[in-house]
Structures are given as C-alpha cells and as structure tokens.
Design a protein around this ligand. Structure first.
Ligand code: SAH
Length: 476
C-alpha cells in the first residue's frame, strides 16, 4: 500500500462540516476553530459546550440527521458520530463529491487522517503511522514533546518576522543555508530558551551584520547530571546533551547519563579524584575556553548540581572573565537524591527543622574551618559530602562539640544507582561500621534522627545494613 501524502491545509475562512454533536466532535471542532475554519456542526442536538459555541455564533449548527447536501459548501468533513452507518454515509457522500472526509478512529473509511502533532508556535511536527498504529504515533509524539524545547515557537516566530531582512542581506540560497546553520548553532536559541527575546533579536541582527565567513560564537552550558540515575536529569539537561559538540564530564557522572549524549559528541573525562589539585582545574578552564572559542557547543557536565560543592562558581567566573557566553542547568544534588532513594526525609516536623549541606575533609589537616558548635546542634540534619577517609575525625569532633553519641547516621553509597547501599548506625560507631562494610566513594553521610527512618521507609534497592552486634560488644 502506498504511504499517505502529508499536507498542511490552510482552512482560514473555509467551511468544514463536522457531523456529530458529542465529545469527539467537540475535540475536532476545537482544533478546526484554532485553524480559523468556518465550522458547521451537523447533529440532531449539541452537547455542551458546542451548544454554547453555536449560541455565541462561533460555529453554525445544522439541526437534524445527516444529508449529503450538507457537504455542498464544505472543503472538508469530519464524521464524529458513534453511529457507524451515519459515518459511512458521510464518507460515501464525500467520496462522490470529491470532498476529503475523516472518519474518527476509522482509517479505512477516511480519505484523510489527522496526525498526532507537536506544536511550538507556528512550528508544527505531524506524525502519522498510516492509521494502523496510532499508539506508536502517540508514543513518538510524547517523546518528541520532551525533547523539543518550548522556545522553538519563539524561534520560529523570530525567523518568520526576519525572513525578508535575511533574504535581502543574504540573497544567495547556499549562503543563506550556511547563515541559518550558523544562527541555529549560535547564541540565538539559547537566549530564547532563557526568555531573553530582545537579546535574541539583537544576536540575530549581529549575525546578519557579520561577514558570512566568520564562525559562530561557542558557548558553555554548566549542566548538573544528578547522582547517577539518568531518570533524574532535567529535560533541559537532556536537550543540551543532545545538542553538544563537546562534553567535559567529571568522573562522577554515570555511564547511563553519558549514554544520552549526542552520538558524535566528543566526550572528555576531566574528573578529579578526592584531593585532585588545581592544575586539573586549570586544565578544565583551558579546555572550556578552547572549545568555546572554536565555536563549539560545550557542555560542562558535573555530578549532582554544579553549584553544590562542584566548583561551578569558579568555572563561571572564569568564563565570565573571558567573555564566553554560558548558561546553567541545575541538577539533583547528592543530598536530595540520597535522602529520597534511601527513604530519609531530610527535614521532618518531629525530628529536624533544618538541613545543612556540609563538606568536610577531616584528615587532621589544619584547614578545618567548620563551625563545629553549630554543626553539633540538635534538631537538624547534616548532609555531609566527603570521602570516606574522614569519618573518624568527623564523628569525634561532632561528639566533642555536644552532639549525642546515640544520634543516628546513614551512609548512602552510590545513591540512586543500581548498586546503592545504605548503612545505618549511631554516631558512636560511625567509622567502625563504615569499615566493617567497606564503604566506598561516592558516599554521602546523613547525620540526624531522620537517618533512622530509612529502616521503615526504604524502598529502593537492598534493605539498609547495620553494624554487627559482636563488634559493639568488643568496642564497649
Ligand atoms: N556537585 C555534587 C557533589 C560533588 S562533591 C552534588 O551536587 O552532588 C562529591 C561528593 O558528593 C562525594 O564525595 C559524595 O559524598 C557525594 N556524592 C555524589 N554523588 C553521590 C552518589 N551518587 N551517592 C552518594 N554520594 C554522592
């Protein structure tokens, strides 16, 4: 069977007949009205809100049972009754008069079909399975909905508005193609995404003023990759991964997330292990600059959120100082992910009225600038981002400054990942319990009464582990 021929019809001011006055008819009427059609609804009676629309004169009601003469002034017809015979009669009458008829949910009787579609302003994407697999078309539509940014509508409008200007300035078709490639790869889409419409228009003007030979400006997106589970990425992060030329990622970013990157994007691991030094940070800065200046779309991808113990601030300051355009996409930080995936609410009306995100390197170094008295206060939760090496020192200081040795803790290793482990105990036994279970990085330490809730609220992965009673006896 030959494939259907796709077609976008201009229905403005043209008469379209809809046969049927119920819910299905109403859906079709709404879509036709949006396209500016003059809608005639033929049915014995109309259900609300069609009756109301007829009353207001926005549609025309033909009362009665379908007659072929109803089609006389119509360009198109839709049969939307629940009566197969009526629908068939409309289809046959349409066929005889060469008027396109869609019979709702009946591909066989239809001479035209209405596609599943995605709308972004004047931009429309229509999907058809030929009528045989509408569910597949719907599924695809949902996927595309998540991938295509809302701001595409504004982009289509801007380009429509500027069409004449662009033609005048770049009359040659080939050159115009290159110009559009350059604009679409440049800062205009990103500006629109941020809602900066005036700046976007100006950037388009700049691109028009530029000599066509100059390459487009690159840009850097600082993107939070979340804790590992790719389902925790934001839609915007996903889109940027799809558009990236170069992705500079930390070691902490999971393979599941990297698998979502554009296939021909260049992946560069710039991860630093705990204790990694500033030479590496310098190298990251250089790479960002080099690729952005070459006109590429750079995604700087970090575990969790870039602004939570991620040095995102320093990287932006650097980009700002070098005049490179950037945007920031937040990610789910380890504290939120580990709390959620371990069944530990970070605040709780009965146990903790505040939560602190802390990072600690307690290897006995002099650089300890933490306010221990405050950290040891009751009725708060500590979410501690650290390597597992510092647990002993951390516990000692906290207890020395007054936090009860019986305060519950939870260590969440590989939070949100399939191999996640949760280890629970009390502060007194923190280091020993961690050693007993050989807890590895990345692990987040949660200290506070709420940590004990993981016993009852855990839902993801294996049940929480705790320290062995024999060892407690030895320690006592
Ligand atoms: N910017 C990141 C944190 C980087 S610091 C964020 O917002 O999450 C690195 C520390 O984060 C690790 O030592 C560990 O304590 C914690 N961490 C990151 N990902 C983790 C995960 N999946 N599970 C447990 N802890 C994690």
């Amino acid at each position: 069977m030959p494939a259907l021929f796709p077609l976008f019809a201009d229905l403005k001011g043209r008469t379209v007949l809809v046969v049927g006055g119920g819910v299905v008819a109403r859906r079709k009427v709404t879509a036709l009205m949006e396209a500016g059609a003059r809608v005639v609804v033929g049915a014995p009676q109309l259900a609300e809100p069609l009756a109301e629309l007829a009353q207001a004169g926005r549609i025309i009601h033909r009362q009665g049972l379908f007659e072929p003469t109803w089609l006389d002034d119509a360009w198109l017809a839709v049969a939307a009754t629940d009566d197969v015979e009526t629908n068939r009669a409309v289809a046959q009458a349409g066929e005889a008069r060469r008027i396109w008829v869609n019979v709702v949910d009946d591909a066989e009787l239809s001479s035209f079909q209405v596609p599943a579609r995605i709308e972004r302003g004047p931009l429309q994407i229509a999907i058809s399975s030929g009528g045989g697999a509408p569910m597949l078309a719907r599924h695809l539509r949902e996927r595309l909905e998540t991938q295509l940014d809302e701001s595409l509508g504004a982009l289509a409008e801007l380009l429509t508005r500027s069409r004449e200007r662009i033609r005048e300035r770049v009359p040659d078709l080939q050159a115009r193609r290159r110009f559009f490639d350059r604009v679409l790869a440049g800062p205009v889409p990103g500006l629109l995404r941020r809602g900066a419409h005036v700046e976007a228009e100006r950037a388009l003007d700049d691109a028009l003023a530029e000599s066509p030979a100059r390459s487009s400006a690159g840009r850097v997106a600082l993107v939070g990759a979340g804790p590992g589970d790719a389902g925790l990425l934001t839609l915007r992060a996903l889109r940027l991964l799809n558009e990236a030329d170069v992705i500079l990622h930390d070691r902490l970013v999971s393979p599941q997330v990297l698998a979502l990157a554009r296939r021909d994007a260049e992946l560069i691991e710039v991860g630093k292990q705990a204790g990694g030094h500033s030479v590496q940070q310098q190298r990251i800065h250089e790479l960002m600059l080099e690729h952005a200046r070459a006109g590429r779309h750079v995604v700087r991808l970090k575990g969790g959120d870039s602004f939570v113990f991620g040095r995102g601030g320093e990287e932006l300051e650097f980009l700002h100082a070098h005049g490179v355009a950037f945007e920031v996409v937040p990610g789910i930080t380890a504290a939120l992910a580990c709390g959620a995936y371990a069944g530990i609410p970070l605040t709780h009306r009965e146990h903790a009225q505040s939560v602190r995100f802390v990072t600690a390197h307690c290897k006995g170094d002099a650089k300890d600038e933490l306010d221990w008295a405050n950290l040891a206060a009751e009725r708060q939760t500590l979410a501690v981002y650290m390597g597992v090496g510092g647990l002993d020192g951390f516990r000692r200081k906290l207890i020395a400054h007054g936090r009860a040795a019986s305060t519950p803790f939870a260590l969440v290793e590989n939070g949100s990942r399939p191999e996640q482990r949760v280890i629970i105990g009390t502060l007194a036994d923190l280091a020993e319990t961690a050693a007993e279970h050989a807890v590895q990085s990345p692990a987040l330490l949660i200290v506070g009464e709420v940590a004990a809730l993981a016993h009852s609220l855990h839902w993801f992965g294996a049940a929480p582990l705790s320290g062995s009673p024999v060892r407690y006896a030895q320690a006592a």
